[in-house]
Design a protein around this ligand. Structure first.
Ligand code: PBG
Length: 346
C-alpha cells in the first residue's frame, strides 16, 4: 500500500454511514438467529424429491466400482434388489435403472434392448417381486446396447429418426411388460413420446407414466456415466445432431411443448445444475411436474473437489440439491439420493 492510499483509508469520519443508507430496513435481522433463519426458509429438500439411479450388471452377488464415479457401483440384479430395498426403507419414491451391457451383446441396431430377458427387464421383474412401494423408471434410448454408442440407429453418418422411434417404442413396451412404472425416453428423437404413448395405450399400459427428457443437452458432463454403461470407449463422434445445443433456451420450451402435446406426464431437464435457468423457464411456462438430472459429471466434480479437501462434501451436496428446488424442480435424479435420504433422516 502506498502512503497515499493509507491516508485515504484513515480519513474519518465519513459523511455517510450504513445507517443513513438502510434507514429502518435491515435484511440481516431475519438472519440473526437460527430459529429465524429456519422460519423464513423458502425451500427445502425432502426424501420425496429424490430419484436414485442404479447401474445394473450381469452376474451374481457382485458390485463393481466405477472409477470415475467414486462410491457408485454397477450391481448384479440380486445386489440391485438390495439397493432398491434400501431405497424403500429410506422412503425414496423411485429408482432409475441403467444397464451395463456385455460388449458381446452390443450390435449396430441395439437389438439387446428388445430382449425380454435383458438386464433391465430382469432387474425390473426382480425388483417388482421384492419391493412394492418404489417406482421403477427405465431409460428408453439405444446407447447401452449399440456397438457405436449412439442412442439411435446409424445409417452412414446419420442417426435416423423415424426408424429409431420404431425401435424405441418396442423397447418401451419391453420394459413396461417387465414391470417398469415410468418410461423415460432420453434419446431426443422427434415424435418418440407420441409414438410411445400410443404403443403403451394400445397394449394395456394406459397407467404407465412417461417422463420425457424434454431438454437434454449435448453435454460434456455425461463422461463418467458413459464409463458406467460402457459406451465411452465405443461412442463414435458426438450426439449433437439429436441432443440440444448448450447455447439454446427457447428450443427447450418448444421441445417441452411438443412432449406435453404428445402425452408426457413429467418433464426432465438434463444436465442439472448448469441448466437451472431451463428448469425455471419450463416450470413457469408449463406448470408440469418437472425434474432435473444431477448428472455423473456434476456428481464427479463434487466428489473430486471434496476428495481434495477443497469443499465440504456434505454441505456441497445439500446445497446443490437445494438449488434444484429453488429453481422449481419437483424432484431430482441424483447419485447422492440414498446418502441424502440418510442425512435427512438424522
Ligand atoms: C443416454 C444417457 C446418458 C445419460 C443418461 N442417459 C448419456 C448420454 O446421453 O450420452 C447421462 C447421465 C449422467 O451423466 O449421469 N441415453
Amino acid at each position: 500500500m502506498t502512503d497515499e492510499t493509507h491516508q485515504i483509508a484513515d480519513t474519518l469520519p465519513l459523511s455517510l454511514s450504513a445507517a443513513d443508507v438502510v434507514g429502518p430496513i435491515r435484511m440481516r435481522r431475519n438472519r440473526r438467529t437460527n430459529w429465524s433463519r429456519r422460519l423464513v426458509q423458502e425451500n427445502k429438500i425432502s426424501v420425496n424429491d429424490l430419484i436414485w439411479p442404479i447401474f445394473i450388471k450381469d452376474g451374481q452377488g457382485d458390485s463393481e466400482a466405477i472409477p470415475s464415479m467414486p462410491g457408485v457401483f454397477r450391481h448384479s440384479v440380486d445386489k440391485a434388489v438390495k439397493e432398491v430395498e434400501r431405497a424403500s426403507r429410506l422412503g425414496i419414491p423411485a429408482v432409475a435403472l441403467f444397464p451395463y451391457t456385455d460388449p458381446a451383446l452390443r450390435d449396430e441396431t441395439g437389438s439387446e434392448a428388445l430382449n425380454s430377458a435383458n438386464l433391465v427387464c430382469t432387474a425390473c421383474r426382480a425388483v417388482k417381486a421384492a419391493v412394492s412401494d418404489v417406482g421403477i423408471i427405465t431409460d428408453v434410448a439405444l446407447d447401452p446396447y449399440t456397438s457405436h454408442g449412439h442412442d439411435g440407429l446409424l445409417e452412414g453418418d446419420e442417426i435416423v429418426n423415424d426408424p429409431t422411434v420404431d425401435v424405441l417404442v418396442r423397447q418401451a413396451l419391453n420394459q413396461a411388460a417387465a414391470g417398469a412404472d415410468v418410461i423415460a425416453p432420453s434419446d431426443m428423437m422427434d415424435g418418440r413420446v407420441g409414438v410411445i404413448r400410443h404403443g403403451l395405450d394400445q397394449n394395456g399400459f394406459q397407467h404407465i407414466q412417461i417422463l420425457a427428457y424434454s431438454a437434454k443437452y449435448a453435454s460434456a458432463f455425461y463422461g463418467p456415466f458413459r464409463d458406467a454403461v460402457g459406451s465411452s470407449g465405443t461412442l463414435k463422434g458426438d450426439k449433437r445432431t439429436y441432443q440440444m445445443d448448450p447455447a439454446n433456451t427457447d428450443e427447450a420450451l418448444r421441445e417441452a411443448e411438443l412432449d406435453i402435446a404428445e402425452g408426457a406426464d413429467m418433464l426432465m431437464v438434463k444436465p442439472g445444475m448448469p441448466y437451472l435457468d431451463i428448469v425455471r423457464r419450463l416450470k413457469d411456462t408449463f406448470q408440469m411436474p418437472t425434474f432435473a438430472y444431477q448428472v455423473s459429471g456434476e456428481f464427479a466434480m463434487i466428489e473430486a473437489a471434496a476428495a481434495n479437501g477443497w469443499i465440504d462434501r456434505e454441505k456441497a451436496i445439500l446445497e446443490s440439491l437445494l438449488a434444484f428446488k429453488r429453481a422449481g424442480c419437483d424432484g431430482i435424479l441424483t447419485y447422492f439420493a440414498a446418502e441424502v435420504a440418510e442425512m435427512l433422516a438424522d
